[in-house]
Design a protein around this ligand. Structure first.
Ligand code: ZN
Length: 441
């Protein structure tokens, strides 16, 4: 059946995710500029050499009223270190401790800490909701997906790859690490402790681990037709549909290797069928990773997955389409993991292996843009490069095949295909660079 390409409809979820990411970054930069240029410098022992980290505070009320925050070493409340670093927001604030480190070109790092929180009291600045607490991040990748505000010690991690093009000709550069309490979208009161702070460097290889999560039903409440509480339930109507979908998924690893000419290989792929329904769908006509948090966390704890593909049945007017199958794909930062996140909505037909490949390639494309270089070709550019009519975003049949080959192998005449570094992903083996930043030397 060769109708799927023409019948496929893509929504702009991948784009909207990127935009949200950019908006968050812009908001952070704005607030930081206000803070540093305003009449009041951040208060607190911001340059206490004893601390080894630099503290900064941003408040929500006004620029002349910087909230009180205490930065300190705490020798009592700690995990296994000699002390913890404490950020105590006695008022609603976004406060952080920062420190610089030298990173190598092309390397991927993981920062982790044992974290604990007390007295969590959030105040969203830009909307009704928002979550914050203790968080870790580096460079300008403010993503706030890794926050923790629980009272038990918990390890939180943040993986980052400084963007290759930022190095220019240099082999190393300096970046900044952050431990934060609150963020620029949601201020909070309460105390965050960071203990056992560690930096590791990831071993990289072009071997991907892919997880296919096949949900057989959904039961979600979405905003539809003026009704913010529209309940939509659906399930895979027959077993053949599921079988046909799984059969297509099984062909995807070999197809990715073939199309990329071996630049991208698949180490493992797991195909899982989940009978508990999806109960939240907060994306634009689709899922956000957080909507399937429980399942995702369970699998991400088991293996170093680089690509997640979620399959579910969601036809009906609330999803606004009359196609046999639809999909979206993006590259996301989820709780400190940088992963491709694709979703395929199976409705009447699900056996199109190229649909799965296509959505996965959006993750590859996003990874290139985030960690290698800007201005690569878009997956929807076959019309630009002559693989489809000029205005078409999709190639069909053999042209689709050829287009993905050129795109993945970087054989496009202008060199704007995927850079080969994009295929290098963490294998799950890490080398410790700094074993504990909260231990007395
Ligand atoms: Zn697409």
């Amino acid at each position: 059946m060769n109708t799927a390409s023409s019948k496929r409809k893509e929504f702009i979820v991948s784009l909207s995710l990127v935009l949200i990411f950019l908006i968050i970054i812009c908001a952070s930069i704005l607030i930081k500029n206000k803070g540093t240029n305003g009449p009041n410098e951040p208060n607190g022992p911001t340059d206490d050499p004893e601390l080894g980290w630099q503290g900064e505070i941003y408040g929500s009320e006004s620029m002349t009223d910087i909230p009180e925050v205490v930065f300190a070493k705490d020798y009592e409340t700690k995990y296994s270190s000699d002390y913890s670093l404490k950020i105590e927001n006695t008022d609603y604030a976004y406060a952080y401790l920062s420190k610089t480190m030298i990173v190598e070109k092309g390397a991927t790092y993981k920062m982790s800490a044992m974290v604990k929180y007390q007295g969590y009291d959030p105040k969203p600045l830009y909307g009704p909701d928002g979550n914050t607490g203790a968080d870790l991040y580096a460079i300008a990748q403010y993503n706030y997906t890794n926050t923790y505000s629980g009272s038990e010690w918990k390890k939180i991690e943040y993986t980052f790859m400084p963007k290759l093009e930022m190095f220019g000709d240099a082999e190393t550069m300096e970046i900044t690490l952050y431990l934060s309490n609150g963020n620029s979208e949601v201020n909070c009161r309460g105390t965050a402790w960071f203990s056992d702070i560690q930096i590791e460097k990831a071993e990289l290889a072009n071997r991907w681990n892919i997880l296919f999560l096949n949900f057989t039903s959904i039961d979600v409440t979405v905003d539809y037709n003026g009704n913010p509480n529209y309940r939509h339930t659906n399930y895979v109507k027959n077993i053949e549909l599921l079988e046909e979908s799984v059969a297509a998924q099984k062909e995807v690893p070999a197809l990715l290797e073939e199309l990329s000419g071996g630049l991208m290989t698949v180490n493992t792929y797991d195909i899982v069928v989940i009978d508990d329904p999806i109960t939240r769908m907060t994306g634009f006509r689709g899922l956000e990773p957080i909507d399937i948090e429980e399942v995702l966390d369970r699998y991400l704890a088991q293996d170093e997955y680089h690509q997640i593909v979620v399959i579910y049945p969601a036809d009906g007017p609330a999803f606004g389409h009359n196609y046999e199958a639809t999909g979206t794909g993006a590259y996301v930062s989820y709780k400190g993991h940088n992963i491709g996140f694709a979703q395929v909505n199976i409705i009447g037909f699900s056996g199109n292996r190229m649909l799965y490949v296509h959505e996965i390639l959006h993750g590859v494309e996003g990874r290139a843009g985030a960690s290698i270089k800007s201005h690569t070709a878009s997956l929807h550019d076959p019309g630009v490069y002559g693989y489809a009519p000029e205005n078409s975003e999709y190639a069909v049949g053999q042209n689709e095949y050829d287009w993905y080959q050129g795109f993945l192998r970087n054989t496009l005449p202008d060199g704007r295909g995927m850079p080969p570094e994009v295929y290098m992903v963490p294998t799950g083996v890490y080398q410790v660079i700094s074993d504990d930043m909260t231990r007395t030397p």
